[in-house]
Write a protein that binds this ligand. Structure first.
Ligand SMILES: Nc1ncnc2c1ncn2[C@@H]1O[C@H](COP(=O)(O)OP(=O)(O)O)[C@@H](O)[C@H]1O
Ligand SMILES: [Mg+2]
Length: 362
């Protein structure tokens, strides 16, 4: 079992800062997800941990020991890639066994281990086939088997499910999670899919432009995003964000042009203390907007702009002058495009960002 730590790690390719001053701690047995858009430095971070790249600066620790100079083979990590990288001419059994064969593990022991892993992954009946005779999901299991059989201290997984169709991807992510619960091996898992990150991770590190934006549990990342980027990247449909001015005359409020949101004094105080100017960005998730078809006290009048019904839920886009807000409603709410609607933004669910820095204020 292994704890992995990155201390101010940078990796530059010429002018490109692929990994820019990353601090990261992955505790023993933890499932850490690196989440971010394409090109943000996830794969490079993983390759640095594997030893396939050397950091430009900074230190990488395994269990408190610096491993910067350790060869990949001496780090006891196993990497699973997006493209599986199976050997097409070799049977599944040998694909899984290869690393043990190279290490001259006795044949009986290899056989025992491969069968054990094949049992765990439900691929025992496939051991005599070649990779070309397997489905995408089966190939992915073989790739996992090859990693597991080495009994690594750390699993490094780079978008391992992204070549599978949606249904299989959903099933495999559940299976991977259960596998982690059984093996309890420290795992660092890369994805650009925020749903995958939310359902699999113990902790998520959100990255952008080589920098870590926030590290936290899925719940922390979702309910208290540290900045605008994280707020918009996690959650679907994404968080509504609009400009508002912070005004205190009679009562403190957020003035969004065509509508105002009254806020309690306590909230106003926090904003006053922490905002760099009175210009704010106000965020609210679709499920935190109440929608009514009839006029109600404290509700804002809007026009129904778009309705997206996904069966058990509807997402209604409401227009209030030039602000569009997506709200989550029951499918039975009975609104049609063009109808008047009334909405209330739950004040205790607002996310308020500094407009200039885009960092969370409260
Ligand atoms: N070997 C390389 N040579 C030059 N640039 C690279 C190399 N590997 C990655 N990069 C660049 O570093 C940045 C981060 O890439 P990568 O880590 O692959 O991102 P991600 O996995 O998040 O999509 C990108 O701008 C990419 O073009
Ligand atoms: Mg990548």
């Amino acid at each position: 079992m292994t704890e992995v730590k990155l201390d101010r790690v940078c990796k530059y390719f010429g002018e490109t800062k692929a990994v820019d001053n990353v601090d990261l701690q992955v505790n023993d047995g933890e499932f850490m997800v690196l989440l971010g858009p394409s090109g943000c430095g996830k794969t490079t971070t993983l390759r640095l941990i594997a030893g396939l790249e050397k950091p430009t600066s900074g230190l990488i620790f395994f269990d408190g020991e610096v491993v910067n100079e350790l060869e990949p083979k001496d780090r006891r990590v196993a990497m699973v890639f997006q493209d599986y990288a199976l050997y097409p001419h070799m049977k599944v059994f040998d694909n899984i066994a290869l690393n043990l064969q190279i290490r001259k593990v006795p044949r009986d022991e290899i056989r025992r281990k491969v069968l054990e892993v094949a049992e765990l992954l439900g691929i025992k009946h496939l051991l005599e086939r070649k990779p070309g005779q397997l489905s995408g999901g089966e190939q992915q299991r073989v790739a996992l088997g090859r990693a597991i059989v080495r009994e690594p201290s750390v699993f490094l997984m780079d978008e391992p499910l992204s070549n599978l169709d949606a249904a299989l991807r959903a099933r495999m992510r559940g299976e991977l999670k259960k596998l982690h619960e059984r093996l309890k091996t420290t795992t660092i898992y890369v994805t650009h899919d925020q749903v995958e990150a939310m359902v699999m991770a113990d902790k998520i590190a959100v990255m952008k432009n080589g920098k870590v934006q926030q590290i936290g549990t899925p719940n922390e990342i979702y309910s208290r995003p540290a900045n605008r980027f994280v707020a918009e990247f996690v959650g679907s449909p994404k968080m509504n964000i609009f400009d508002a001015g912070f005004v205190i005359d009679k009562n403190p409020r957020l003035a969004a042009g065509s509508f105002d949101i009254d806020i309690p004094d306590s909230l106003a105080e926090v904003i006053k203390q922490n905002a760099s100017t009175s210009e704010l960005l106000v965020g609210i998730r679709p499920e935190d907007i109440l929608v009514s078809t009839i006029k109600r006290e404290g509700f804002i009048e809007a026009t129904t702009y778009l309705i997206e019904n996904i069966g058990n839920l509807s997402f209604v886009t409401l227009q209030i002058d030039d602000v569009l807000l997506v709200a989550q409603t029951p499918p039975s709410i009975g609104l049609r495009v063009g109808d008047k609607a009334y909405c209330k933004l739950l004040v205790e669910k607002l996310h308020i960002f500094d407009k200039k820095t885009e960092q969370l204020i409260v």
